[in-house]
Ligand binder design. Structure first.
Ligand code: SAM
Length: 201
């Protein structure tokens, strides 16, 4: 796992990139920004310096911003985003953070795989339970052909396992991406990613 300096470099490199399309699709599926209820609440697990939080706020939602790295939340605060008063920052591992009742969207972009398999399943069960009917999950899980497979403390799923975990959800996006590329830090990597948006039945 990269250390804090590594994540700080990552935040710097990806600063000002647009929000993840899984998040945008989930927000779009909830309806137009003008229709966002005053109590609309999201939680962003592994939010980094807030690439997705910019958009969550722009759509009028409140958001609980969770990241294990204090530097992530420090950089998020330093952005002084419009609507920042609607952010509740929490420095914690997402495996440990309580998921509050009333959360309608759980977003976790490129972060949930950074969790060991036993805790991944427990975390996913807690996400399922926390979401109300009609609530959504958006984010990425990693597939087993990813070149990072086997790294300690990370979770990789095959397609059937991923789909089985989504039982009880209407799947609004399930895109499997597999390609050679480079990481944001410039290292070659074979990516195997599931891009997911799902609505609890
Ligand atoms: C690849 S970055 C993604 C950041 C952001 N969500 C994005 O889409 O750009 C992963 C983030 O997850 C955080 N993270 C990794 N493991 C975590 C854990 N167990 N609990 C909370 N945050 C974690 C890291 O500190 C980092 O900010």
């Amino acid at each position: 796992m990269p250390q804090a300096r590594g994540w700080a470099d990552y935040y710097e490199k990806l600063r000002d990139r647009p929000p993840r399309r899984t998040l945008v699709a989930a927000l779009d599926a909830f309806g137009a920004a003008a229709e966002t209820p005053a109590d609309a609440l999201a939680i962003d697990l592994g939010c980094g310096d807030g690439r997705d939080i910019v958009e969550i706020l722009r759509r009028g939602w409140s958001v609980i911003a969770v990241d294990a790295e204090p530097e992530a939340l420090r950089q998020l605060a330093a952005r002084k985003l419009p609507g920042a008063e609607r952010i509740t920052p929490i420095v914690a591992r997402f495996e440990d953070v309580p998921l509050p009742l009333g959360v309608q969207l759980v977003n976790s972009s490129f972060a949930m795989p950074l969790c060991e398999p036993e805790r991944f399943h427990d975390l996913w069960m807690r996400i399922r339970e926390a979401l109300p009917q009609g609530g959504r999950f958006s984010g990425q899980w990693y597939g087993k052909r990813d070149s990072w497979t086997g790294r300690a403390g990370m979770t990789f799923l095959d397609r059937d396992e991923a789909l089985a975990l989504l039982d009880g959800f209407d799947i609004e996006m399930f895109e499997e991406e597999e390609a050679d590329g480079v990481t944001p830090r410039g290292n070659p990597k074979h990516w195997h990613i599931f891009h997911i948006v799902a609505r609890k039945r």
